[in-house]
Ligand binder design. Structure first.
Ligand code: ZN
Length: 319
């Protein structure tokens, strides 16, 4: 008796299931999807001690497997600094961080162990993942050269040139671009970065605003002098990116950037600082808010997983 094989059903998805992790310093977001822009299941939990956090992530993917089947590849956008160079012997490791227990933690290796699978893994910074998410599925679709800056508890940025995430010896650290001291004009002297005398993150991150003015940004009214100063600092960061790399588009993301009217002030400041030197597009096309909002990181992580598909751990993910 011959056994017949049922014909493939159109109802069954032909795409492999993707796993994504937005591995933030304060929260982890895990998701599975066939289409990176449409997560099917998602879990969020605070980033705790590393092994406990990895166990929670693995538990999520096991639960998701019971419904959708096993994931075939995994994309991770992590807080940094992290070893993202696939050729490095310690690829997949979190580097020196003040976050307790995480320095030197081999995240990719531990996740593979916890999942019990040697699946392809793409490992990137969280801001690079968000840049990728916006580039493929959000506000930067169809744009060749994109800079994504997030302004929140810290300031970070990802750069995407011709569809590829840009890396150097490490990864970009846009938050630590040097900026001049504009605080003095306001009778202030706030610089919260412990490493640098005057850098963008130290002057313009959420904690810098709160330290300088004694209140978090969301409690400061739209006409507070804080926003004029913030716009000046952010415009300097945008100017430096423009001068050093000349992107087609700069996306200004993160909680602080959402402040009503802030992006218009940054645009005005950038026009002044640019001094007519560059043939820049209209500011509303050059400097924009992201489209995916808080989803950019996880959508980008799923997109990383899609790109890692078909690669083995030996054949390191290349973007
Ligand atoms: Zn710094």
């Amino acid at each position: 008796m011959a056994l017949s094989t049922p014909p493939p059903s159109d109802a069954l998805p032909l795409l492999p299931l993707l796993g994504g992790i937005e591995a933030g310093g304060t929260k982890y977001v895990c998701a599975v999807a066939y289409d990176p822009a449409k997560p099917l299941l998602e879990a969020r939990f605070p980033t705790g001690e590393p092994r406990e956090t990895v166990a929670k992530a693995a538990a999520f993917f096991r639960e998701a497997a019971a419904i959708h089947g096993s994931i075939r590849s995994l994309g991770i956008g992590t807080f940094g600094p992290a070893r993202i160079d696939p050729a490095a012997p310690d690829f997949g490791t979190i580097l020196t961080t003040p976050k307790a227990g995480w320095s030197g933690f081999p995240l990719v290796e531990e996740l593979r162990k916890a999942l019990g699978m040697d699946l392809p893994v793409a490992f990137e910074t969280d801001v690079n993942a968000a840049a990728l998410g916006e580039s493929v599925h959000g506000a930067a679709r169809g744009v060749r050269n994109v800079a994504y800056i997030t302004v929140g508890t810290g300031i970070g940025g990802g750069l995407l040139g011709d569809g590829r995430l840009l890396h150097g010896r490490m990864h970009p650290e846009i938050g630590h671009l040097a900026v001049p001291d504009l605080d003095a004009a306001y009778g202030k002297a706030t610089q919260v970065c412990p490493f640098h005398a005057s850098c963008l993150e130290g002057r313009a991150s959420g904690p810098a605003i709160e330290t300088r003015w004694g209140k978090p940004g969301h409690e400061l009214p739209d006409d507070h002098p804080a926003w004029g100063l913030e716009a000046q600092y952010l415009a300097i960061g945008c100017l430096q990116l423009t001068a050093a790399w000349s992107p087609d588009l700069i996306l200004l993301g993160g909680g602080v950037s959402q402040k009503s009217g802030l992006i218009d002030r940054v645009r005005d400041e950038l026009v002044k600082l640019a001094g007519g030197y560059w043939d820049l597009p209209p500011m509303e096309d050059y400097l924009k808010l992201p489209a995916l909002d808080q989803q950019a990181g996880i959508v980008g992580a799923l997109e990383l997983a899609r790109r890692a598909r078909g690669k083995t751990s030996e054949d390191a993910p290349a973007l």
